[in-house]
Design a protein around this ligand. Structure first.
Ligand code: PDD
Length: 276
């Protein structure tokens, strides 16, 4: 497999992480995951804009202009011969003697690689069971940083309990999933946590907000509690890769009738139509 290393496509084997890479030692870096459908990036501009925002928030210089990065990513996909999958992009602050504050002189390291991935059609069709976990993450999860231990521990809990995702609860409020955003529907109201520092403003979430405009649902970007979640007619999660995935059970509680809801199905069809 070949990877993108800064501005060059090189064999995977030729890349090694330095002992004092700040991503490795401090999690001092950012990432993006973009879906490839039929060889084409889905919402690449929004993803790369978010990468720029994450970099800015962490005062992390990007090694290349976004247009150059985009061109290199296209070359990488072509080189990989993958038509359906994901590209993972990561930028760390680079290598310097270990000291918490930013080093004076260091070059950021960008790596990207492509993986073939099947769409999780069965989960999207039948829905998933999720497990709740306390949201113990730091207070800037709007930045797509490499600090994912809170997410890792929550997903591990879900997996151990037979769930496909962990839904995070902070002070009784449902924030998001361990690697997804969460929507819920009651009557004609569609709720999702506002895009502030307590959630990652997902690109799929933003697509769904656009799709909602073509339905009779009324968007409510307002926090809601775990107890309110259990009373919802429909719940679904969104992310790059899982797209719009119905949630049919939270812990031991069934959502609605315990089957994917009509609005979730409608939004899934509208999403599918975007893929051409
Ligand atoms: N994660 N919230 C969190 C905490 C996430 O990690 C993700 C995505 C999302 C959804 O964002 P988007 O729609 O842009 O994929 C929300 C990616 C897929 C990951 O970490 O692999």
């Amino acid at each position: 497999m070949n990877i993108l290393l800064n501005n060059k496509i090189v064999p995977r084997e030729s890349f090694t992480v330095d002992l004092e890479d700040r991503g490795f030692q401090f999690g001092d870096g950012i990432y993006e995951v973009i879906q490839i459908y039929d060889g084409v990036f889905f919402e690449w501009e929004a993803h790369l804009e978010r990468l720029v925002r994450s970099a800015k928030e962490l005062m992390l210089p990007l090694p290349a202009a976004i247009n150059t990065l985009y061109q290199n990513l296209q070359l990488l996909v072509k080189d990989s011969k993958v038509t359906n999958g994901t590209v993972y992009i990561q930028v760390t602050r680079g290598t310097a003697p270990r000291f918490h504050a930013f080093p004076q002189k260091t070059e950021p390291t960008l790596v990207a690689y492509v993986r073939e991935m099947e769409r999780p059609l069965e989960q999207m069709r039948s829905g998933i069971k999720v497990v709740t976990a306390e949201d113990i993450r730091w207070l800037r999860v709007d930045i797509k940083s490499l600090n994912l231990l809170g997410n890792v521990l929550a997903k591990q809990k879900a997996v151990e309990q037979g769930g496909a995702e962990a839904i995070l609860i902070r002070d009784g409020i449902v924030t998001e999933g361990s690697s997804s955003n969460l929507f819920s529907i009651k009557g004609k109201q569609c709720f999702t946590h506002p895009a502030n520092h307590l959630i990652l403003n997902g690109i799929t979430r933003q697509v769904v907000l656009r799709l909602l405009k073509n339905t009779d649902l009324i968007l409510q970007e307002t926090p809601f509690t775990f107890d309110e979640l259990l009373e919802m007619d429909e719940v679904f999660i969104t992310n790059t890769g899982q797209e719009i995935c119905p949630v049919i059970q939270v812990d031991e509680y069934k959502i609605g009738k315990g089957t994917p809801g009509v609005y979730t199905r409608l939004l899934q069809s509208a999403f599918e139509a975007l893929l051409g």
